[in-house]
Write a protein that binds this ligand. Sequence first.
Ligand SMILES: [Zn+2]
Length: 95
Amino acid sequence: MTASTSRRRKAWNQGKTGTGRAAADSPVIERCPVEVCGTEATGPAPIKGMVKVRVPGSAEPARWYCPGRCHAIGQALAELRSIPPQGTSPQRKGR
Ligand SMILES: [Zn+2]
């Protein structure tokens, strides 16, 4: 951080300094340290024990995840991407 950035930040915070809360654009979940986690499942599992996630109709391709937490996150992500964008859903027509 440069001196001028610091000064501007201080002014914006009405003189308050110190560590604020995490920026709003920081990831909600920490990235998994396993390099192949979340890679597209085009062949056999890159690491033994990886779980394949594939949701029919999802924009997300089949991907490999670590079992447990990553698997749950991957599953949720794929399910979210199977929801059509707002305004194109047939259930919303005629309202
Ligand atoms: Zn993982």
